[in-house]
Write a protein that binds this ligand. Structure first.
Ligand code: NDP
Length: 444
């Protein structure tokens, strides 16, 4: 079956799951050169098998709020592909979550995990639960009830979930506690744990730091320095916070941050002291980014996005499809040099086309944001060995992994005839390894 036909079938069999269609299309469009080089992949119907999750679990999550009222949410875990290792991928709590979002994220995760060089398959989970405005007790009860079902499907050698949007250290703690209680086992079944009880240092920082490391590699290979550049950063959650920290450390000037209510623009740049304020605002008070504008008397655009402001580099780190065609046009009009994706699939296909037509350096999410899952892989290794590595050790390994991922993407793009196309390099680089493993293991 041609790749076009495979895509048509995916759309037909997974109706209404637009984000999943988009993620599949983006990969299938770029793996043609690999299929030509490896006719054995088509013979074994590797792609047809790859686009079908190995297992999809949907479950009920009832929980009680502080007034005693019962609510019912829906939980998901999609175990997409385990050809090169146990399923691995985060859990997202956000009201927009449905099976199409979890499948898009799980599908992307297969290639991302493959690129890290660590033995991890692809999976993803979540719920349409909205953590915003909930009390700590409500969050705890929800997480416990979520784990009351999830525990039977996961395990340190089966499936190892982590955090994502709406799931940070607090939620991982409540879920881990419930798993331990039910299973009576203290084992490395979730990553993103607190270092005192099995977590890895640098895991909270990993995605944001990794994004900046990758972006630096991409710039350096074009003889451009990150230092002194103005950066548009979106989001103000886990990824954005640590991308901000690393940008400051590397001498770049972050001028925007956002949340789902709006965007702040601080042309002087967010320095160390302002960064500490953002950390306290978001990690402790769980407040809104609007408060930053009030405190530092800078511009705030309600419902606005960062992409119209003048800068050199864009690091979208909030959510999928946050850069639409018209946003990409604004970036182009402002002579942006590079886009590095911290969020998963933040650019629409039309936006990516604009980057490519205008020679904007483009680092795709599955390469740029792989640092999070890479350090999750290192957390699994530390758990298995019952060891804890130092911050410096883990950070050094993370940096090495991000450099390797960049090199893999670059070399693959050259080998398959489109030098410098890192999106193609990431897709083909991630794909070939998984496809070969599937061939080796037979039709199962
Ligand atoms: P967080 O929940 O910590 O932060 C998400 C941020 O994005 C918040 O500022 C949030 O604003 C904003 N946001 C979320 N949804 C929307 C929306 N629909 N419109 C506008 N803003 C929105 O999540 P993370 O930082 O962990 O994740 C951000 C992105 O990075 C996601 O795409 C995630 O899949 C990806 N990612 C995360 C990894 C990780 O290790 N955490 C690893 C790899 C990828 P508000 O608070 O108002 O909702």
């Amino acid at each position: 079956m041609s790749l076009d036909k495979v895509y048509e079938k995916v759309v037909e069999r997974n109706q209404g799951e637009e984000e999943f269609h988009q993620a599949v299309e983006e990969v299938l469009e770029s793996i043609e050169p690999a299929m030509e080089k490896h006719p054995e992949f088509a013979d074994a119907k590797v792609v047809e098998r790859l686009v079908e999750p190995e297992r999809q679990i949907i479950f009920r999550v009832p929980w009680k709020d502080d007034d005693g009222e019962v609510h019912v949410n829906r939980g998901f875990r999609v175990q997409f592909n385990s050809a090169i290792g146990p399923y691995k991928g985060g859990i997202r709590f956000h009201p927009s979550v449905y099976i199409g979002i979890i499948k898009f994220l799980g599908f992307e995760q297969i290639f991302k995990n493959s690129l890290t060089g660590i033995a991890m398959g692809g999976g993803k989970g979540g719920s349409d639960f909205n953590p915003k405005g909930k009390s700590d007790d409500e969050i705890m009860r929800f997480c416990q009830n979520f784990m009351n079902e999830l525990y039977r499907h996961i395990g340190p050698d089966t499936d190892v979930p982590a955090g994502d949007i709406g799931v940070g250290g607090r939620e991982i703690g409540y879920m881990y506690g419930q798993y331990r209680k039910i299973r009576n086992r203290f084992e490395g079944v979730l990553t993103g744990k607190t270092p005192e009880w099995g977590g890895s240092l640098v895991r909270p920082e990993a995605t944001g730091y990794g994004l900046v490391y990758f972006t630096q590699e991409m710039l350096n290979s074009n003889n451009i320095d990150l230092k002194g550049k103005d950066v548009l950063l979106s989001g103000s959650g886990n990824v954005a916070q640590y991308a901000l920290e690393k940008c400051i450390e590397q001498g770049a000037n972050v001028v925007t941050l956002s949340d789902s209510d709006g965007t702040i623009y601080d042309p002087e740049g967010i320095d160390e002291e302002k960064k500490e304020y953002v950390f306290e605002l978001k990690q402790e008070r769980r407040g809104r980014i609007r408060e930053y504008a009030e405190k530092y008397d800078v511009e705030y655009v309600e419902d606005g996005k960062p992409w119209g402001f003048d800068a050199d580099i864009a690091l979208p780190s909030a959510t999928q499809n946050e850069i639409q065609e018209e946003d990409a046009q604004k970036l182009t009009d402002n002579d942006i040099i590079a886009v590095g994706e911290g969020a998963n699939m933040p650019s629409t296909p039309a936006a990516i086309e604009i980057y490519q037509q205008n020679d904007i350096l483009y680092g795709p999410a599955k390469a740029c944001n792989a640092g999070g899952v890479a350090v999750s892989g290192l957390e699994m290794a530390q758990n298995s060995q019952r060891e804890s590595w130092t911050f410096e050790e883990v950070d050094k390994r993370l940096h090495g992994i991000m450099k390797n991922i960049h090199e893999t993407c670059y070399k693959t793009s050259r080998k398959y005839g489109d030098e410098g196309n890192l999106a193609m390099g990431a897709n083909v680089g991630g794909f070939v390894k998984v496809a070969k493993a599937m061939l080796d293991q037979g039709v199962i």
